[in-house]
Design a protein around this ligand. Structure first.
Ligand SMILES: [Zn+2]
Length: 319
């Protein structure tokens, strides 16, 4: 199908590798999924593995430019394929950490999600033949755990439901650096196909309380001062609450999904249409918001087949 999701998006992005502080780096890619890097005294931790082992090799090439130490730990902020399937590319990683909820979501829907995400956005899976299969955490935690890098503390906090039910952030309290995963985006449209709209603002309020001075969002460039951090938090909160308010009102007056989608697009495009992947995300976002407004708490699983069915339904309604 011509134009389904982001199958026609083939433009390569420029990678940036920015230092946030001693031994702390942001690997960002103009709105493609980011990774975070913490260089410890005996090894390196990578936050979000990238989509394929081939792409993980590029992260490690950047790391090799700043330290000879290998990547020994991987932190998964959530279960999405584009974040986790590169984990096998870190040959010396002895641990892969995730929240217990993220692990449960991999069990429940990891395979379906892998097929769905590759079908939607093939460019994001460069070298996908290098993926050996699903990524399984070697350690999971309930609410939080701490990694120590010498005297440096990195708190892994399953902060609350937002982008997914299992969202985890990595917070360095002394350095005031936050690796936010997809709970916060900057200049990029939040993907909400597996989201919890009702909870997302409360999760962002908790992130605000941390008082970060630097942040690596899930997508978008590294944010290097408190003002930029606040802008990212405000933007993500406004987008998700605007979207859900429009959908809730539409559901309350009995609108069907296609009519709801049309209304959301008309009202949100002027303010958010310039954010990358806006047109890609919105059909999935509105579908999930429509479900949640209708009382479905646990997001329905996206499959390659459901993706295309939904897309065709909404595109044909658009006329
Ligand atoms: Zn995600």
């Amino acid at each position: 199908m011509a134009g389904f999701a982001s199958t026609a998006d083939l433009g390569e992005k420029t990678i940036s590798f920015d230092e946030l502080g001693a031994g702390l780096y942001a690997y960002t890619a103009e709105g493609d999924p980011n990774s975070g890097v913490i260089v410890g005294p005996r090894g390196v931790a990578v936050i979000d593995a990238q989509a394929t082992p081939a792409m993980a090799a590029d992260v490690q090439a950047r790391i090799a430019g700043v330290t000879a130490l290998p990547v020994t730990q991987i932190v998964l902020t959530h279960y999405h394929a584009v974040r986790v399937l590169g984990a096998a590319g870190y040959a010396q990683a002895h641990s892969i950490l995730a929240s217990d909820v993220t692990r449960a979501l991999i069990v429940e829907r990891g395979a379906a999600d892998m097929a769905s995400e590759i079908g939607r956005f093939p460019r994001l899976f460069r070298g996908r033949e290098s993926i050996p299969g699903l990524t399984w955490p070697t350690e999971s935690f309930h609410r939080r755990t701490t990694l120590w890098f010498g005297e440096r503390e990195a708190q892994l906090i399953h902060i609350g439901r937002a982008h997914t039910a299992g969202d985890t952030i990595v917070w360095l309290p002394r350095e005031r650096v936050l690796f936010a995963g997809d709970t916060v985006e900057f200049g990029a449209t939040p993907y909400c196909g597996d989201a919890h709209f009702t909870d997302w603002p409360g999760t962002i309020a908790k992130l605000r309380e941390l008082g970060a001075e630097k942040m690596v969002p899930g997508r978008g460039r590294a944010l290097l001062n408190a003002r930029e951090v606040a802008e990212a938090l405000d933007g993500t909160a406004a987008f998700t609450s605007d979207l859900f308010a429009i959908v809730r009102a539409a559901v309350a007056k009995g609108a069907d999904l296609a009519a709801t989608y049309a209304e959301v697009m008309t009202r949100m495009r002027p303010k958010y249409g310039q954010w990358v992947i806006f047109d890609h995300c919105m059909p999935f976002n509105v579908s999930r918001a429509y479900d949640e407004a209708g009382g479905i708490d646990h997001p329905r699983i996206w499959t390659a087949e459901r993706d295309i069915e939904m897309w065709q339904a909404l595109e044909s309604a658009k006329g």
